[in-house]
Design a protein around this ligand. Structure first.
Ligand SMILES: Cc1cc2nc3c(=O)[nH]c(=O)nc-3n(C[C@H](O)[C@H](O)[C@H](O)COP(=O)(O)OP(=O)(O)OC[C@H]3O[C@@H](n4cnc5c(N)ncnc54)[C@H](O)[C@@H]3O)c2cc1C
Length: 415
């Protein structure tokens, strides 16, 4: 790798990935210019609290900043908020913004994340509805928080993490919540059946009218507002506010037009390099080749965004690649902290340690005696230990895993 000297690093997108990349590149020795541009106005902020503490009114916008403005000033990072990248000219190494500004680069980092997948159903006008909201940005969360009051009837469409967290925060405010999930269970894409069953019962106990296997077919409007959500089975659910949590679409249109992405994401290697050696990419917008899982993965998590950003910065600065960790994630709902490490796909058994009824247990996902993943509910110590040991050769003793009289550290090992 050549040294950076007066070269220009242009970073597009200032979420967890872009903000981290800017600082890590400077700390790693990038001596040229660094510009961080993004199409929101707030300083880069933590997204996870948007559906948790922020929505429940327990955190304010200032407390969400990823780092103070002085950190960017100290690292001589030029900030360009409110700037939207329109296109990439790879041949001439320059980017054009929506306002027509052309910015040259020597190295480009794409950290453009994603946007909510829109609800599609009959009766919904093409422009959406005034009371149909999504949750990705601080402005989205502000919009929901303003409308969510005690007694209001909230319909959440989608029982993934964001839908469930919105439901929990809305119950804390005193809203009446109905949650509609098309799959037979919540969290079907990301967690085992045991965890789904546990969270379904927790939400029902908290007063959420949670319905699974229910397909939203249409909405009835009054003016610009949805007043009823209609389900395929004939159920009619009255609504003051509808929040759709239907997953994410990647923001890769410019990269796609430039020939380095598909609509599924920007393919990158383990150094976060794209097919163009002048362009790296990090975070939710990427499709990464994982040596550990021997397949392409798209991970939507803060730890992944940070890890890829640090790998990209190391590559740009000619430094060794930092060690890759196991994917991990967390979710806060009510008094429950769920922490997950590893990917459970392909497990042939799930062993519970602890007691769901006491709201403290871990689910261990095994293939034979190989430990693939752990989901820990209110068990931070167990999670930390398993996360540290998880890896290609981690094996567990399935017969004794459920036995809490045996310390977990005696049951996990590297084969
Ligand atoms: C409500 C919510 C709760 C979450 N909870 C958790 C959690 O508990 N744990 C966890 O690990 N993860 C959680 N996540 C996921 C996590 O927030 C994301 O994985 C993470 O933010 C990804 O960071 P990123 O930098 O890749 O993308 P983003 O944070 O999406 O940032 C993308 C940036 O790109 C900018 N941008 C996009 N297109 C353009 C363009 N054309 N021009 C200029 N700028 C552009 C955007 O303005 C933004 O600044 C949650 C996400 C949400 C929305």
């Amino acid at each position: 790798m050549e040294t950076s000297n007066d070269k220009q690093l242009l970073i597009v997108g200032a979420g967890h990935a872009g903000s981290e990349l800017a600082i890590a590149a400077r700390n790693g020795g990038w001596s040229g210019g660094i510009t961080l541009l993004w199409d929101e106005t707030a300083l880069p902020y933590h997204r996870p609290p948007l559906s948790k503490a922020y929505l429940a009114g327990k955190a304010d916008a200032e407390s969400l900043a990823l780092r103070p403005r002085s950190s960017y000033d100290d690292a001589k990072v030029t900030l360009r908020p409110g700037a939207r990248m329109q296109s990439i000219d790879r041949g001439n190494r320059r980017v054009t913004l929506a306002d027509g500004t052309v910015l040259p680069y020597d190295k480009l980092a794409l950290c453009t994340g994603g946007r909510p997948r829109p609800l599609a159903c009959s009766g919904l006008p093409a422009g959406g509805a005034a009371n149909l909201l999504y949750l990705r940005t601080l402005a989205d969360a502000e919009g929901i928080r303003l409308r969510l009051v005690a007694g209001s009837r909230l319909v959440v469409i989608g029982g993934g993490y964001i839908g469930l967290e919105v439901a929990a925060s809305a119950r804390a405010i005193g809203a009446e919540v109905t949650l509609l999930e098309a799959q037979p269970r919540v969290l079907a894409r990301v967690a085992g059946a045991e965890i789904s069953a546990f969270y379904e019962s927790v939400h029902r106990d908290a007063g959420v009218d949670l319905r699974t296997g229910v397909l939203v077919e249409a909405v009835e409007m009054a003016g610009d507002q949805i007043v009823t959500v209609l389900c395929a089975g004939g159920e009619r659910v009255p609504a003051d506010l509808v929040v759709a949590g239907l997953g994410m679409l990647v923001n890769v249109e410019a990269a796609q037009a430039a020939g380095i992405a598909t609509e599924a994401g920007i393919p990158v290697d383990e150094r976060a390099c794209t097919a163009d050696t002048d362009i790296v990419a990090a975070g939710d917008c990427t499709l990464q080749q994982s040596a550990h899982y021997a397949r392409e993965l798209r991970l939507e998590s803060v730890p992944n965004a940070l890890e890829q950003a640090r790998a990209a910065a190391a590559w740009l600065c000619g430094k060794p690649k930092p060690a890759a960790g196991i994917p991990w994630f967390w979710s806060d709902q009510y008094d429950l902290k769920l922490q997950m490490a590893g990917l459970s796909q392909g497990h042939d058994r799930c062993i519970l340690r602890g007691d769901p009824a006491r709201r403290s247990f871990s689910a261990f996902y095994l293939q034979g005696n190989r430990l693939l993943a752990i989901d820990a509910v209110n068990r931070p110590a167990e999670f930390m230990l398993a996360k540290r040991l998880l890896g290609p050769g981690c094996v567990a003793d399935p017969e004794r895993l459920a036995d809490e009289t045996v310390p977990l550290k005696d049951l996990l090992a590297q084969a």
